[in-house]
Design a protein around this ligand. Structure first.
Ligand SMILES: [Zn+2]
Length: 211
């Protein structure tokens, strides 16, 4: 059983889903590939072609991170166009989407129906009301470091369905075992059971055996 790290940026890590940079050579591990909303103004068609090809790779198990970000100075329409292209790509590849979303949750929910694949909002650390809305619209949520400190988020995690949950380090440097411990405490479970459940949740990626 492993402490699966759902979304991370650590090239050396041996378990989890590595977030591949644009035009980066993939590691010999599971990875996701996408174009971050930050790059909306800079990506080229050549890069999109790269994405189109790399997402056929057997170790590429998800499209992303991609999504919508209300804190960056890039017009919503442009971000939405890029996001929609990636939703279409995910549908075509039949691979789930790993979502980056900041202050654009109503818009994100609107896009949910365009995707024929599961959508996982990574690094979720927002208010309970937003989390409830996402839950209602069948999103998965991946939780990170904030759960270790944020009491409101801890309350939310306690109630959040365990079959819709993942855990991640993202770009932070901390031991994911701490997060597994924290979440199993909150949910009154053994760590092993949490690991097992997350392994089961990973079935949406059609991967086995678990790396
Ligand atoms: Zn990330």
């Amino acid at each position: 059983m492993t402490y699966f790290d759902f979304h991370h940026h650590h090239f050396q890590k041996t378990t989890g889903i590595y977030n591949l940079g644009v035009e980066e050579t993939p590691p010999n591990l599971y990875f996701s590939a996408g174009i971050h909303p930050n790059l909306t103004m800079h990506y080229t068609e050549q890069q999109f072609n790269w994405l189109n090809e790399i997402t056929k790779h057997k170790n590429c198990i998800a499209i992303g991170e991609c999504g919508l970000d209300g804190l960056i100075n890039i017009a919503d329409e442009l971000q939405e166009d890029l996001f929609e292209r990636q939703i279409e790509l995910a549908n075509e590849r039949n691979k789930p989407l790993i979502i980056h979303c900041v202050r654009r949750f109503p818009q994100l929910i609107h896009f949910r129906k365009k995707a024929k694949v599961p959508m996982i909002v990574h690094g979720f650390n927002k208010r309970k009301t937003i989390g409830e809305e996402l839950k209602k619209h069948d999103f998965y949520l991946s939780f990170g470091k904030s759960v270790l400190q944020n009491v409101n988020l801890q309350e939310f995690v306690k109630e959040f369905p365990i079959d819709k949950l993942f855990l991640e380090t993202d770009d932070s440097d901390f031991d994911i075992q701490l997060l597994y411990q924290k979440v199993s405490d909150l949910k009154n479970l053994k760590v092993e059971n949490l690991m097992e459940q997350i392994q089961e949740n990973l079935q949406i990626f059609n991967i086995s055996p678990l790396k």
